[in-house]
Write a protein that binds this ligand. Structure first.
Ligand code: SF4
Ligand code: SF4
Length: 423
């Protein structure tokens, strides 16, 4: 269990100074062991798109040996922050932190902040991502929009071709549970074993209600009461990976404030992207745990599961594998279901290309990586794909649906809840 305990809520997403950045970059001995694992290097075969190349460029820019120009920014922007490199690095370079710090420097030096599209996007994000409870109100309207066929209609409009808006629209899954609103407290069934908090995230609150409901249902059955406070906000990962570390820290502080006075055994995350960010920047006074890990440590002996004679492909999101180091847990909990056939995807170290907003910002690379991932999924001939991160789920599902593959993409906890007959 990864924990950090600080009693006072505070923003803990810190910026590094030049000396700290250079010290981290200097840990790289340029061995190149990470190169075969880097998705962007595998696609472009360019040293500048490899971890080693990026670290050398960051060091060069910090020492002012090379300029912080558009070329440098391009190669840093192309990094998925998947951290496959960090996972295999023998020198233990904290690559993820390093590239985030490079992005802070780029953003601070950039004129991008004055661009109108940047300002509009930034404003929209602050209105919705920072206030995710608004998605609960939006959900019925999005459902209506889909039922009236407006999503399909907009996707046919030629003037939207090539825009981020069209890309986002093409990935939007059918909305389920349009009228779901969250109670602040869901009591345990039977004798209470403990109380936990549920972190809802931002986008997941709009499109992944079933995962949250399943999590509450399974936890309640196991004897845990679940707190879902309204004022929780986005985890801040999206901002952190774009160089807005100060704003990311503000969101973290708001979340700490929201959960701090509850008597919680753990704060549960269902999206490994959020979980990884909260664990790494943990200023909570309680352990933050991914739901797969939390459930893997529970006693299921009193729970009866209905058999499921289906094949389930298990996907490891980068954040679950490379940051939380918990890729063993989804299969462990799914194995409770009798007759289930679990198959691990090939190439689990390779990112699917979703990576936060990467699929919008670098659509060419994102789609190329998705194509590879879809090949690995189809090779299994599965009925379900179980994945533990909302970004990966809707990125992969959009392509599987387009190909009419007949594979349902869901969170492991959803399958567990369905087979417990409690939904
Ligand atoms: S594996 Fe580590 S030390 Fe080796 S090149 Fe990659 S980042 Fe540098
Ligand atoms: S984080 Fe991923 S994309 Fe970025 S350098 Fe490392 S392996 Fe390559």
């Amino acid at each position: 269990m990864e924990t950090t305990r600080l009693e006072t809520p505070q923003a803990s997403v810190a910026s590094w100074n030049q000396t700290e950045i250079l010290a981290e970059a200097d840990k790289c001995v340029a061995c190149g062991l990470c190169l075969p694992y880097c998705p962007t290097y595998r696609l472009t075969l360019s040293e500048a798109d490899s971890p080693r190349g990026r670290i050398a460029m960051i060091s060069g820019v910090m020492k002012q040996h090379i300029p912080m120009n558009e070329r440098f920014t391009l190669h840093i922007d192309r990094c998925l922050t998947c951290r496959a490199c960090e996972y295999v690095c023998p020198s233990k370079v904290s690559y993820g932190k390093l590239v985030d710090q490079a992005r802070v420097k780029i953003l601070n030096a950039s004129v991008k902040k004055a661009d109108v599209p940047y300002k509009i996007r930034s404003w929209l994000e602050r209105q919705w991502i920072d206030k995710p409870w608004r998605f609960d109100t939006l959900r019925p309207f999005v459902k209506l929009f889909q039922q009236l066929g407006l999503q399909r209609l907009l996707l046919r409009l030629p003037f939207l071709n090539g825009t981020s808006f069209r890309l986002l629209l093409s990935k939007l899954p059918p909305i389920r549970y349009p009228f779901q609103h969250w109670q602040s407290f869901y009591p345990a069934v039977g004798k209470q074993r403990g109380e936990v908090g549920l972190f809802l995230g931002c986008i997941a609150r709009l499109i992944d209600v079933e995962t949250h409901l399943s999590t509450i249902a399974v936890l309640n059955q196991l004897g845990y009461s679940v707190h879902v406070p309204q004022q929780q906000t986005c985890c801040g990962a999206l901002y952190q990976h774009r160089g807005e570390s100060a704003h990311s820290g503000n969101l973290l502080a708001q979340n700490q404030q929201t959960f701090k006075d509850l008597n919680l055994t753990a704060l549960i995350t269902t999206a490994s992207g959020c979980g990884a960010h909260l664990v790494e920047n943990n200023g909570f006074s309680i352990p933050v745990m991914d739901i797969n890990q939390f459930l893997a440590e529970q006693d299921f002996s009193q729970i009866k599961f209905n058999p499921l004679a289906k094949r389930v492909a298990v996907h490891h999101p980068c954040t679950l594998r490379h940051v939380l180091r918990g890729s063993q847990f989804p299969s462990k909990i799914l194995a409770y279901i009798p007759e289930i056939e679990l198959k691990e995807l090939a190439n689990q170290d390779q990112c699917c290309g979703a990576a936060g907003t990467y699929f919008l910002d670098q659509p060419g690379i994102a789609e190329a990586l998705l194509t590879h991932k879809i090949q690995d999924v189809l090779a299994i001939n599965a009925d379900y794909l179980a994945t533990s991160n909302i970004g990966c789920a809707f990125h992969i599902a959009s392509q599987l649906n387009e190909q009419q593959a007949g594979i349902e993409v869901l969170h492991p906890v959803t399958l567990l809840a369905r087979q417990m007959s409690i939904q």
